[in-house]
Design a protein around this ligand. Sequence first.
Ligand code: 6PG
Length: 250
Amino acid sequence: MISNSKSGKTVSIFDDENQMLKFLVEKWEDIAHKGIERRGFFTVGLSGGKTPIVFYRKLDEWENKSSFWKKTHVFLVDERFVPYDNEDSNYRMLRETLLEKIPIPKENIHPITTEKGSLEDSAKEYEEALKSFFKVSKGQFPNFDLILLGIGEDGHTASLFPGGKALSEHHRLTAAVVLDEKRHDRITLTLPVINHAEHVIFFVTGANKAPVLRNIIAGDNPSLPASLVQPESGKPLFVIDREAGSQLYA
Ligand code: 6PG
């Protein structure tokens, strides 16, 4: 593992997948315990996509204790506007890879509702759910203990796409994201919510992500959504494999 913060960003690069997952699990454990100490519970926002699946599967092997999971609240960073049984549903993926396998109480799972009303209704409903859970009033943002993000080849993160309207949302907690006909519309947490988290971890693997990652780490394109993730509490941590990091520091 190499940790490098020369670029002003903290990057941990791994040759070995097991080592990388172990590192992520340890980070999760550390942040979770701090959250539980701080507020009595741990709040985490989880992303969809393919990359985190190996990690979610690993988590159920880790601390399969109901006392811990009882104090854990799982939220979604974003969701595609499809029914929960759709193969593209992030909630379905999370349920199958993690939630069904751990002793977490049902009321600690906070999916984004997509099965009734419009896209905008879903975004509003999630915003209300967040406000009520985190007890935030107007002008305030929830303070997640951890937000786990991925990065797309175009530099998107969560469902914040380059040039998208949601990027300029400074007041709301969630945004409805309308995409082209080939992609499902989505609901996403907004940048202020992500940047208000105690810890933000980007988990990125694969050679196809190397060019965009080089851009983001070097700060070459500051307007890319993933570059706009600048948590008030400190730098985001990038946990990546050798392939994704192959164009860094060249
Ligand atoms: C989603 C995401 C999205 C994802 C990236 C990377 O629901 O798709 O939250 O931001 O993290 O698109 O996706 P992969 O991990 O599949 O490459």
